[in-house]
Design a binder for this molecule. Structure first.
Ligand SMILES: [Mg+2]
Length: 364
């Protein structure tokens, strides 16, 4: 192994994955669904045979139902499968709640999906397994949802860990156990190994990490091209890709200051409209949504007031609506005479909008 790669990787990374996310949310919100096989997707009987399963609960999984399966096929496998149409608005709002919790532990967060993220907690003083336990507790407390967490020193191992004891489990893979963990892993569980790769490995008689470890880098490259490198290093429990801090910034806002103080309500209204338009444009460009809207007002005496409104579901990005909300706050703070030097409008409790386009459901 190259010498520089033998250096101990001292990072501490968590991979967090909410168990059967959409299904678990629907079961949480409707107890009648907890004891039946549940598929989140369209009922094929009501949609001319169309529909795809986004997520299934564990009862349905035991009957052979899995995500990305055609609804009609799922029904064949499990005739009493109950279908519930997905509610992405709801899932996004919950995902936002969960990300808020992530930020209590670290700001180095790489979201993978609505229900999945890598957290680099190296800077946090507490032991990573303790953080994993606390994180799971906080998520349960806030959302009544369970998750699985993998704890290790790189992303691949953390991910393999979260898959290891699913659902509702924690797997810690420290340095001293990592190589063994990987050697004993069935070949199908390695990252990136799909149906085709698996077939190839089967023909080659490669069934687990030990067989993979025995293959040379050249051999793997001949068989799998550049993916061969990925496999080679996975078998050595080595992976240096950082947690890509794609966590959304904490706020997006705009302020205006005035040389000449504003005394007229219509001027204030106009300013809020302009600010709202700019903020909305900025949010749309960055594909962000916010759950908290904060209005900032500073008067001639340099008295600054900030007032926030928080919603469970992100605010709609409608400038006129936001300006009206700002005016409600303004009118309450300054019912009559005023002399205003600064107005500001800021979104916080930011959530990403980018998971909206789930291609499986484009037809919904
Ligand atoms: Mg999940």
């Amino acid at each position: 192994m190259a010498e520089f790669l033998q250096a101990k990787d001292n990072r501490r990374i968590l991979h967090v994955d909410i168990d059967a996310f959409y299904a678990q949310v629907e079961m949480r919100d409707n107890p009648a669904l907890r004891k039946v096989p549940l598929g989140i997707g369209r009922d094929p009987d009501l949609h001319h045979g169309h529909g795809v399963i986004a997520t299934a609960n564990y009862i349905a999984r035991r009957a052979g139902v899995h995500s990305a399966m055609e609804s009609i096929e799922a029904k064949r496998a499990c005739p009493n499968l109950v279908f519930v149409a997905p509610d992405f608005e709801k899932y996004r709002a919950i995902s936002g709640q969960i990300h808020q919790i992530f930020h209590e532990f670290t700001d180095m967060i790489e979201p993978v999906a609505l229900d999945e993220a890598y957290l680099d907690v190296t800077a946090n003083k507490m032991a990573a397994p303790t953080l994993a336990a606390q994180l799971r507790h906080r998520i349960w407390q806030e959302t009544q949802l369970t998750c699985s967490v993998g704890v290790s020193y790189n992303k691949v191992l953390a991910k393999l860990g979260s898959e290891h004891h699913k659902p509702n489990g924690v797997t810690v893979i420290p340095h001293e156990l990592a190589q063994d963990f990987v050697l004993n892993l069935p070949i199908k569980d390695f990252r990136g190994v799909g149906k085709k790769t698996l077939e190839k490995f089967e023909k080659m008689g490669v069934t687990d990490g030990r067989d993979l470890y025995a293959m040379s880098l050249d051999e793997l490259r001949v068989q799998f091209g550049s993916f061969g490198d990925v496999l080679y290093w996975q078998a050595r429990a080595t992976h240096f890709s950082p947690v890509k801090d794609r966590s959304v910034r904490q706020s997006v806002g705009k302020e205006s200051t005035f040389e000449l103080a504003l005394h007229d309500r219509s001027e204030v209204e106009m300013t809020f409209k302009t600010l709202a338009e700019k903020v909305v444009l900025n949010m749309k460009k960055k594909k962000l949504l916010g759950r908290t809207l904060t209005v900032k007002i500073r008067d001639d005496d340099f008295k600054t007031q900030t007032k926030g409104m928080t919603q469970a579901v992100p605010f709609e990005l409608d400038a006129a609506f936001l300006a009206r909300q700002a005016m409600l706050i303004f009118d309450e703070a300054y019912p009559d005479n005023f002399s205003i030097r600064l107005l500001g409008l800021t979104f916080s409790n930011i959530v990403e909008q980018k998971y909206e386009a789930v291609s499986l459901f484009d037809s919904l």
